[in-house]
Design a protein. Structure first.
Length: 383
């Protein structure tokens, strides 16, 4: 049985990238590594929409989140955290653990953050030194308007830290143009790689904050990253760097606009298919949906915990459900990275079989048929 990943990450890794990572290990201070990193370091900044360097760390996305707190702030600093899901709450926890004074702009799970509420919170707490926000909140499938949030702080000393771990590549992100100061990403989403690499890009304003910070950092130190750049500050994840080099080639071959159109089409098709099968879209207008995952509340009588177990054990498909209070109620269909229309048809074929096994009544082919119709309706670039 072929195993399929349809999660927010890790994603399916194309064989081309697996083979690239299976090459012989090279030494991290060798001439060959210097050449590899030169090409990687040239390829990353355009994907972030920046002219600044993008630093690569052997870490998870959470490591990049913690590094941003450790390097840019000091104990006692006041910060705003924009929280509308699990990963906004993670920023809260990291900031609290580092002794920062945290003010939270909280909105319900399933909503996009309201920039007007962020502006109001800033007026109430004018001493803040930073604001943390998540671009694509994969716990719910909501997308936040980080451009509008950053606009509030453009002419201030406040630095804007964006978790773009899943949103980068899938959605447009123009770090310099939008006034984002710290942008974080990771390998196991749009880059189509296994977990293990984190990426950090910093503006000049962010470097001022780093120089002002008294927080302790060594492995996470941005100063060490800058000192050793373009080489790695510590022993890197060599196999993942070899695969990343190939990933950048793949992204360049498809082109970022086409990559984003593909994800928009898959998100639209998945949403239509779930609705046709009796699910209720979790993100409702005027809130913005991420194209990384599609989330929906299950039909009455369907426990998504059982549905996910059936998918996994009987059909080899791994999907994710709701976190915290949404466990057993929500399904999150991941279609990020290398996923294509045929993958989505196969996934929903498995969903339909699992639903029938759980006693849900519908006309077989309803979901997969909707995917075919949705993708046929989606505008394609003319060749």
């Amino acid at each position: 049985m072929k195993l399929r990943l349809a999660t927010p990450g890790p994603t399916e890794v194309p064989q081309r990238l697996l083979l690239a990572g299976a090459r012989e290990t090279i030494h991290h201070r060798s001439t060959e590594m210097a050449g590899l990193l030169h090409e990687i370091n040239e390829g990353l900044p355009p994907l972030f929409g920046t002219e600044h360097p993008v630093y690569t760390i052997a870490a998870s996305g959470t490591g990049a989140m913690e590094a941003s707190v450790a390097n840019c702030f000091s104990p006692g600093d006041e910060v705003l955290v924009v929280s509308n899901g699990y990963f906004g709450e993670r920023f809260e926890a990291i900031c609290t653990n580092y002794g920062l004074t945290v003010h939270t702009v909280r909105s319900d799970w399933g909503t996009s953050a309201d920039p007007a509420q962020v502006a109001a919170a800033y007026a109430e707490h004018p001493a803040i030194r930073g604001v943390f926000t998540v671009y694509s909140e994969t716990s719910t499938g909501a997308l936040n308007d980080v451009q509008a949030i950053a606009r509030i702080f453009r002419d201030t000393d406040v630095i804007v830290v964006v978790d773009a771990i899943s949103g980068l590549l899938v959605h447009p992100l123009l770090m310099d143009e939008w006034g984002l100061d710290v942008v974080l990403a990771a390998s196991h989403k749009g880059f189509m790689l296994p977990p293990g690499l984190a990426f950090v890009a910093l503006s000049d304003k962010a470097w001022t904050a780093v120089e002002r910070s008294s927080g302790p950092a060594y492995y996470w130190s941005f100063e060490r990253l800058r000192h050793f750049y373009p080489m790695s500050s510590s022993s890197p994840a060599v196999s993942l760097l070899l695969a990343l080099h190939e990933s950048l080639k793949m992204l360049n071959e498809e082109g970022l606009p086409a990559f984003q159109r593909r994800h928009a089409a898959l998100g639209e098709a998945a949403g239509r298919a779930l609705t046709a099968l009796g699910f209720q879209p979790f993100i409702q207008e005027p809130h913005r949906r991420s194209h990384v995952i599609t989330s929906a509340l299950a039909p009455e009588g369907i426990d998504t915990t059982k549905l996910l177990k059936t998918l996994s054990t009987r059909h080899g498909v791994t999907m994710t459900g709701g976190q915290a209070h949404l466990k057993g109620k929500l399904i999150r269909v991941g279609h990020v990275g290398a996923a294509d229309p045929l993958d989505l048809c196969a996934l929903f074929g498995a969903v339909e079989m699992a639903l029938l096994e759980l006693g849900h009544r519908f006309t077989p082919g309803t979901g997969t048929g909707e995917i075919v119709r949705a993708l046929a309706d989606f505008p394609h670039e003319e060749s």
